[in-house]
Each structure stands twice: as C-alpha cells, then as structure tokens.
Design a protein around this ligand. Structure first.
Ligand code: AMP
Ligand code: MG
Length: 524
C-alpha cells in the first residue's frame, strides 16, 4: 500500500515536547505525539469503497494484512508520527477546559488527486487527553459513526468520512444505562477521514490560557491550508476567516434541518472549523416531526441540543469563536456584523430550503407563512418527516380539495396514529393544503417536474435510529449483512430502490423506547 503522505499539522505547528503517554495538561502546543495501542486480534468488518478510491488505495490492497494492521493501530506507517490534538470546549454551555483527542489518534495526512485527507483512528487507545476514560470505542458506536458519516455524505451534507471499521478483539467495559451495571462489549476502531479535524475548541484552548502566540499560529495555518480564498497575512484575513467559517456552518445546519438530522452534542469541541458534521455520538434522525426532540439522554432535562434549537446553538458557538478570534483583530464590530448576518441570513436560507422541500421555486411572503403553518400542522399528530415529504411530491395541484374527504390518503403512511387525524386536525390539514395548492398554482412547474425536483431534496432513505440498531444487534452476533445492506442502501438516498422498500417505513413500535433506537447516551 503506497500512500502519498504529506504531513503538515504535525510538521508546521508546535508539538508537545513531552513524548510520554501520561494524562496531563498540555500547554503552548497543538498536539502530542502518541502511538496507537496494539489491538489483540484485529478483524476488518467493513470498508467504504468510495473512500478507498479517494485515498488512492486499491481494493486488493485493502484486503492485505498491512491495511488491517495500519487501520487497527497495530502498525505505524513508515515515515509518519501519529498524534492527538489538543483542544478545549464549551460543553452544554459551560467552559470545560482542556478536552483534546481522548480516543482519537491522527495517523497521517494523505494527498491524492489534488485533495488532502487526514486519517484518524477513533478508539485506538489512551492519549494524554484521555482524562478518566479508556481511549476505546465500542462496536455499536463505531457502527453508528461509520454508517452515518457515509450516509450523510451521500445525502449531500458536509461531513467527515469513514474509511474502515475494524474489530479490535479487545473487550471494553461500558455502563450503557449509567445505572451502575457495566458490561463488557466488543471494542472497535473506525478510521475517520477529513481534510482536517480542527474544531472551534482547538482555538479556544489557547485564548483560555492567554496564549495568543499559539492561537495566531494555528489560525494562520488554518487559513493557509484550508481557506484558499483568503490571503494570509492580510489585515482583514481573520475576519474574512470568521465570515467563511460562519458561512460553512450555516450551510451545514441548513442541511441538517433539511434531512432531519439531530447532532445531539453541539459542544464547541464538536464543531468543525471546516463546517463538517463531526463526532457522531448520540445523534439521531427525526421520525415524528418534533422540533423539541433530542436523542441525547444526557441532555434530557434542558434539551439544549434539540432539533429546533440547532440554528440558535450554532450561532452561540460562533459567538464563542468570535470571542476567541477577537484578540487577533481587537475590534468587535466586524464580528458583530457577521453574527448579525448569520441570524438574518439563516432565516432566508431556511425559507429557501423549506420552499425547495415543498417544490416551490418562488420565494414569497406567502411561502414563509405556508412553511411556519406546516411546522405547526406536522405536530398535531405524530407525523413521520421523511415519509411525509417524500409522499408530498405526489400531490397534484389539480386535486379537488374542497369536495374530498380522503385528500390526505396519499400521505397517510406518514401518520403514526392515523385514527387521530380527523375532525379539527383534518380540517387544519385541509386548510394547509388549500394554501399549498394556491402557492403551487402561482408557479409554472408541472406536477411531474415538481416531483422530480422535490425528490432531489427529500430523501427516501435515511439512517433511522432503529435501522442502525438492527445493524448493531446483528453485528454483535458476527453477522454483518445488515451493516452491508444499509451501507449500500444509503449510497442512493434519493433514488427509488424498489427491492428496498422495507426501509421506507415508519419506525416500528418496538423501537419507540428501546435503548439505541430512540435515546442514546454521550460518549461510548
Ligand atoms: P465527545 O462527547 O465524544 O465529543 O467527547 C468529549 C471528550 O471526551 C473528548 O475530549 C473526547 O476525546 C473524550 N472522550 C470521549 N470518550 C472517551 C474515551 N472512551 N476515552 C477517552 N476520552 C474520551
Ligand atoms: Mg467530541
């Protein structure tokens, strides 16, 4: 296996001079060198072919012992120096001090076809940032990360990727319910891939310690390598940098709201500076449309990171980043302007995105009302977001709404309690459809043209929480068929896949309250 290694992060930025693997506070350094732990009996269980191609690795090479050894942490690639990154972060709104890669180890950076990729093992053992944890990951959370990052990519959502999923052969102790009953689970290692894993918290840590020198080095490095539109060293470079981070973040959040993705832990250490979805922990997908839903049990009380709150939280996180970059600029106005822009532009971008989901080309006042009304109606009775929007494409603008009582039949599969949808609720649906039809009639698209456009933004297949759990339950028994099937399915989320209709259904009732299917805990 010949990788074109072009390390920059660990060559150009200040390294922790301490090379031991003891847990500690690390100062004035962006990372610490650390070797992955050697797994007992690594076994490759899944590879993303698309990622192999992106990295220039042939399929035969991926079957080699070398591949397994490198991507399980057993062997370190020649001429590389693996490292864990130092960062801090606000967790659930509070400054948490140094966090860092407690279980992530960057192997190397690879250049292929003009693109640069950092390869990072997650769950490959202790690092100086492991604090009171073990540096490991379990099979269930690794499957969730591997499947979801690739699914998000194919949905068109900016995200980190996942190359491989390996069993370590080691057992990992976890208290899954936090109730004092820990049990051993299979350990696993995912190789995540992204242009960079730098987070908002990577900058915050330096400012929290008054270390503006390292802050500047890291910011200059980021601009130079990842923001080609900004001229490094220019007077405005830092505010331009902040503006672009805000733009990228906004785009990511709009995509999350479009597909019904709830991240679950939007702490500032989980916000990528490149606007990528990063750190797939207790994430989830909206099934019944509910802006108050969060999959994260740790956040059950305040629901800080609930679906409907994601835009506001991203703004709060950007405000923290603005405070962090402020010492490089020493003027608050440019930051304030960008934060104000974020708020107003988010509204515009949201209405545009929702209009597309509804198949409307024109953006009018009336659309904004139609959208806010829809958000209300969707919550009158539990309504599956994915199924609703997919079936909505079958609506005809010539339907005779006033006469018909079965006008909702074409979306009835989206209702979890169809018997509830009568009387007042039915009336409200009818009013909404009358308004929708009026909006559609003002447009020039035919029903067929509109359907085609809508099916490009309303996915048919998403990684529902219970689907990931089925893959996990089977994999735990050594059966990887569901994992393979879902990985294939989710490569074409917008396509009709007639032999896969079984995955286009509402969440089954058994999954409503099952652990892993509806609620998940933080790091595991
Ligand atoms: P997360 O909630 O996954 O974003 O993690 C928050 C922090 O805890 C990060 O610094 C992680 O590296 C660290 N962390 C999470 N799980 C582990 C683990 N099993 N071992 C060591 N550090 C961990
Ligand atoms: Mg994290």
């Amino acid at each position: 296996m010949k990788l074109n290694i072009q390390d920059k992060f660990n060559k150009e930025l200040p390294a922790d001079p301490n090379r031991s693997n003891t847990r500690r506070q690390v100062f004035k350094s962006c990372f610490s060198f650390v070797d992955p732990a050697k797994p007992t009996a690594p076994q490759l269980i899944h590879i993303s072919k698309e990622m192999l191609e992106m990295l220039g690795i042939r399929e035969e090479e991926a079957q080699s012992e070398e591949f397994l050894n490198v991507f399980s942490g057993k062997e370190v690639l020649e001429n590389t120096s693996p490292y864990s990154m130092c960062y801090g972060g606000h967790q659930f709104g509070n400054w948490a001090g140094q966090l860092g890669d407690g279980r992530a180890i960057n192997l190397a950076e690879v250049e292929h076809n003009g693109k640069n990729w950092a390869l990072q093992l997650k769950g490959a053992g202790e690092t100086p940032y492991s604090r009171n944890a073990d540096g490991l990951a379990v099979l269930r959370s690794s499957i969730r990360e591997h499947l979801c990052s690739e699914a998000m990519f194919h949905l068109g959502v900016p995200t980190t990727r996942s190359l491989s999923l390996v069993l370590s052969g080691d057992k990992v102790l976890r208290d899954i319910m936090y109730d004092g009953n820990p049990a051993y689970e299979k350990g696993a290692i995912v190789c995540r891939v992204a242009p960079s894993f730098i987070r908002f918290g990577s900058y915050q840590i330096f400012v929290s310690r008054g270390d503006l020198e390292t802050l500047k080095k890291l910011t200059d490095f980021t601009i130079q390598h990842f923001f080609p539109n900004i001229r490094p060293g220019a007077k405005e470079a830092y505010t331009e940098f902040f503006k672009e981070v805000a733009e990228r973040t906004l785009e990511m959040i709009i995509h999350w709201q479009r597909v019904g993705f709830v991240h679950g832990v939007m702490n500032t250490d989980n916000m990528s500076i490149l606007g990528l979805t990063i750190d797939y922990g207790p994430y989830g997908w909206l099934e019944g449309y509910d802006p108050n839903w969060t999959p994260n049990t740790t956040d059950r009380q305040t629901r800080r990171y609930r679906f409907g709150q994601q835009p506001a939280v991203s703004l709060w996180n950007l405000l923290q980043l603005a405070n962090t970059l402020y010492p490089l600029v020493e003027k608050p106005e440019p930051f304030q302007k960008i934060l104000d822009w974020y708020q107003s532009h988010y509204q515009e971008a949201y209405v545009k995105m929702m209009s597309q989901k509804l198949g409307l080309e024109k953006i009018t006042e009336s659309n904004a009302k139609l959208i806010s009304d829809l958000v209300e109606v969707l919550q009158l009775s539990e309504t599956d977001m994915t199924i609703f929007f997919r079936h909505l494409a079958d609506f005809s603008k010539d339907t005779e709404l006033s006469k018909s009582n079965d006008f909702l039949d074409f979306i009835k599969e989206a209702f979890y309690q169809p018997e509830e949808v009568k009387d007042k609720i039915l009336e409200q649906w009818k009013n909404w459809f009358i308004h929708y039809q009026e909006c559609l009639k003002k447009e020039t698209l035919t029903d067929t043209q509109r359907k085609e456009l809508m099916n490009k933004v309303n996915p048919k297949y998403v990684l529902r929480n219970y689907m990931a759990q089925l893959a996990i339950d089977a994999a735990d028994q050594g059966d990887y068929s569901v994992l393979n099937e879902l990985h294939e399915l989710l490569k074409r989320p917008y396509h009709e896949q007639p032999d896969q209709e079984k995955w286009f259904t509402k969440r089954p009732e058994w999954a409503r309250h099952k652990v892993g299917c509806s609620m998940l805990s933080c790091s595991s």
